[in-house]
Ligand binder design. Structure first.
Ligand code: HAM
Length: 424
């Protein structure tokens, strides 16, 4: 048992971590190029934040949170999503008093949901997200969608289309809720028990149910995007115009309502083309009421989150191979204990120049060191030892050609640096 990771969690092994780094670097570059700066917030927050922020009728709050009392008797919850914690930090750090918009991103944030583990659905996953506070207009929504779209293209995931919808605002949504209830009322008993409970409190969520019988009931239901107030309709139309201008492919999808309560106006998802039905690669939207709801000043917000595991899964589905970096560029071999110190020192000098260098830590024979160097992909081997070392010289062997060159010990780092530059 103790040598088994908890259900729904995954280790990232050294032979795989380069894929994570590669994806993370692309996402970081895309966010920074768009003027977003990194924010890091704690892995746990007061439970109350999620009850108020995410919404107490959501699956996340009702069924999926990892909540416990700490030793001081406070109710604590491991982040079930990234936005609420960032909003809390925005308020607590008074970022609203700085010039707005405030544009932040988070990378590799662990997110915990007690879900039924299955392909693509983990109990701990990691999210990259971007959040923009203080920008009311649709250009902020468009900037996020376009940045994400191009970041995914750089990662190699192209040919996607973004599903967008508008779920209105407190002015127009109640009217839609009523229209939806009127449409569903006669078939209320055919809904699953969860949706029957949603009927009064949050009928919009019924559109998101994966149960076949609920899907049937809402087929042909009125669409929120047809019942928007003037302001929401203008916002949605301008967003579409901006996406068209940016060449981002999108689809109007009235079924996108999102699983969190804080959204207003724009909501969007990218559905994973190769995965089982409905699995989203990313999701996001506007949340103009959230900051004030959590106790901050009235400030609009918009953002998205994307799971790193799902990005990697999509790369696998498409057979996209990420180039594996070489283990080491130079291996410094010793010929026994007498030359250990020289080899060790030379390795540190190479590393100080930014060169990936390794030496023996396990007392291996010269032959075994060569084998190790070969497996690690070393381009050069420096051999320190014997008479040569006594004369202040090391032997440099080019692994591709087998050519050997004697190099003065103190010139070896500069020699290696220049050889690697030529080979690059
Ligand atoms: P979400 O749609 O719940 O939104 O999650 C965002 C993304 O996280 C999903 O599209 C998916 O890539 C990944 N994800 C979610 N659950 C799992 C899971 N169980 N296993 C693996 N990956 C998963 C949010 O969390 C919002 N905070 C997004 C947002 C940011 N909206 C505005 N700003």
């Amino acid at each position: 048992m103790i040598t088994q990771a908890p259900k729904g969690t995954k280790d990232v092994f050294p032979q795989d971590s380069y894929r994570w780094h590669w994806v993370e670097q692309k996402l970081r570059d895309a966010a920074e190029a768009a003027g977003y700066r990194e924010i890091r917030t704690p892995v746990f927050e007061h439970t109350e934040l999620f009850l108020r922020g995410v919404g107490d009728t959501t699956d996340i709050v009702q069924k999926e949170m990892y909540t416990f009392n700490d030793k001081g008797g406070r109710s604590i919850t491991l982040k079930p999503e990234g936005t609420a914690g960032v909003v809390r930090a925005f308020i607590e750090g008074k970022l609203y008093a700085q010039p707005l918009p405030c544009k932040v991103y988070y990378l590799n944030t662990p997110v915990f949901r007690y879900e039924n583990p299955q392909s693509g659905r983990l109990r701990e996953h990691h999210q990259f997200g971007m959040e923009c506070f203080g920008a009311k207009g649709p250009a902020a929504d468009a900037e996020l969608i376009v940045t994400l779209f191009h970041a995914l293209e750089h990662i190699g995931i192209n040919g996607l289309s973004v599903h967008i919808n508008s779920i209105g605002c407190p002015a127009c949504r109640p009217g839609y809720h009523q229209a939806l209830r009127d449409f569903i009322a006669d078939a209320l008993n055919s809904l699953c028990p969860v949706c029957q409970a949603r009927f009064d409190k949050n009928p919009l969520r019924i559109l998101d149910c994966k149960e076949e019988k609920c899907k049937q009931v809402v087929r042909g239901a009125p669409r929120m995007m047809d019942m928007l107030c003037g302001e929401c309709a203008d916002h949605f139309a301008s967003l579409q115009a901006l996406l068209q201008e940016s060449g981002v492919l999108y689809k109007l999808d009235p079924g996108i309502v999102r699983g969190l309560d804080y959204y207003t106006k724009t909501v969007f998802e990218i559905i994973m083309p190769g995965a089982r039905e409905g699995l989203a690669l990313c999701g996001g939207g506007r949340y103009d009421g959230l900051i004030s709801q959590v106790g901050g000043p009235e400030t609009p917000g918009v953002g998205f989150g994307i799971g790193t595991e799902r990005i990697l899964m999509e790369l696998d589905n498409r057979g996209i191979v990420i180039p594996e970096p070489s283990g080491c560029a130079v291996y410094v071999a010793n010929i026994g204990d007498d030359s250990m110190g020289a080899a060790f020192g030379l390795t540190q000098e190479l590393r100080a120049r930014g060169i990936k260098a390794e030496c023996d830590l396990a007392g291996r024979s010269l032959k075994a060191q060569f084998r190790f160097a070969d497996r690690a992909g070393a381009q050069q081997i420096l051999i320190a030892g014997g008479d040569e070392l006594a004369r202040g010289v090391v032997k440099a062997r080019d692994m591709a050609t087998g050519t050997e060159t004697d190099v003065p010990l103190d010139e070896a780092p500069a020699y290696i640096a220049s050889v690697l530059r030529q080979e690059a």
